[in-house]
Design a protein. Structure first.
Length: 283
C-alpha cells in the first residue's frame, strides 16, 4: 500500500500543531506520512501500532514519537475502548534554523534522531507526560511553548523508551516529490501576502500548468487555491489574535477584497473574523 502525503498546517498563533480528538472517524484511517515529527498520546485502551515496517499492539494507552516521513497508520485503527487522542506535530526547525544545535539541547537533538526509528514510551513516562500534553490544549501560546520544551527534555531522558526500528525510508520518487512539495510550501510561506498564480508555481517546480495541477491535487488532496486560502487564513488567525483590525489583516494576508476575506474566513473557521478576534486575543 503506497503511503499518502498528509499536508499539515501549524495551529494559528503557534509554531507547531496541537490537536485533540475524541471521536474516531473512518475517513481518518489512512496509511500516510509527512515531514513533521509527531507525538501521539492516547490515555487509555488498546489498539494496533503500524509504523513503517513495525507492527505491534499496545495496551493501557499509548505514547509514541515518530520522526519525519515515517509512514504510519492512523491510531484509531482497531482501537478498543473509548477514543481520545492528543497529537502534536512539529518541524525540526519549528524554533528557527539551528535551534537544535544549541548546546543546551543536545539531549533533545538525540531524541529527534532516535525518533526516526519510532519511539514508544512505557507507562511511567506516559503517566508523567500525558497530562501535561493534554493541559497544553488550554494554555496560552507562550505557556504552551514552554511546556513543550519541558516535555521534550522529559522524553529525551525517559528510561522506558523503546526503539521500534520502524524506518523503511522513502523511494527516490517520493523523495523527489517531497522536495518539490517543500518548494511549494516554502514559496507560499514566504509570499502568501502577494498574488500567487498557478503559472508561477508550475514554473517554480518545472512542470506545465496541467501537470502541476494534477501533482498538487495528488500530493495534498487540494487545489492550489484551496491550499493557499487555508494557509492565508491560518496566518490571519495569528494576526487577529494580536488584536489587529480585520481590514488590515485581510490585506496583510493576500486578500484584496474584504468581503471575500470574511466569507473565506467563516467558511474555514466557522466564525466571523471579528468573533474570532474577540475569542482568541493573545494576552
Amino acid at each position: 500500500m503506497k503511503p499518502e502525503f498528509e499536508p499539515i498546517q501549524p495551529t494559528p498563533g503557534s509554531s507547531f500543531t496541537l490537536r485533540h480528538y475524541t471521536e474516531a472517524r473512518d475517513r481518518d484511517i489512512s496509511w500516510h506520512y509527512h515531514p513533521e515529527y509527531e507525538l501521539v498520546y492516547i490515555p487509555t485502551g488498546s489498539g494496533r501500532r503500524h509504523i513503517g515496517q513495525h507492527v505491534s499492539g499496545y495496551a493501557g494507552g499509548e505514547l509514541v514519537f515518530m520522526g519525519p516521513n515515517l509512514p504510519h497508520l492512523s491510531f484509531s485503527y482497531e482501537k478498543d475502548g473509548s477514543f481520545e487522542q492528543v497529537v502534536l506535530q512539529l518541524r525540526e526547525d519549528f524554533m528557527g534554523e539551528g535551534f537544535l544545535q544549541k548546546p543546551e539541547l543536545a539531549a533533545v537533538q538525540q531524541l529527534f534522531q532516535r525518533s526516526r526509528q519510532g519511539l514508544a514510551f512505557g507507562p511511567a513516562t506516559r503517566t508523567a507526560v500525558g497530562p501535561a500534553l493534554r493541559a497544553m490544549l488550554a494554555q496560552p501560546a507562550p505557556a504552551r511553548l514552554l511546556t513543550l520544551l519541558g516535555l521534550l527534555y522529559e522524553l529525551a531522558d525517559a528510561p522506558d523508551a523503546t526503539a521500534l526500528h520502524a524506518d523503511m525510508g522513502l523511494s527516490a520518487l517520493q523523495v523527489r516529490e517531497q522536495q518539490r512539495l517543500k518548494q511549494v510550501y516554502e514559496h507560499i510561506e514566504q509570499h502568501y501576502a502577494a498574488p500567487i498564480t498557478v503559472q508561477q508555481m508550475a514554473d517554480l517546480t518545472f512542470l506545465t500548468v496541467p501537470a502541476f495541477c494534477r501533482y498538487i491535487k495528488k500530493m495534498t488532496g487540494q487545489t492550489l487555491t484551496a491550499l493557499l486560502q487555508e494557509y492565508r487564513i491560518s496566518q490571519a488567525g495569528l494576526l487577529l489574535g494580536q488584536g489587529r483590525p480585520v481590514a488590515e489583516v485581510a490585506f496583510a494576508t493576500g486578500f484584496n477584497n474584504l468581503s471575500h476575506f470574511n466569507r473565506t474566513f467563516r467558511k474555514l473557521t466557522g466564525q466571523r473574523p471579528s468573533e474570532y478576534r474577540r475569542g482568541n486575543l493573545t494576552p
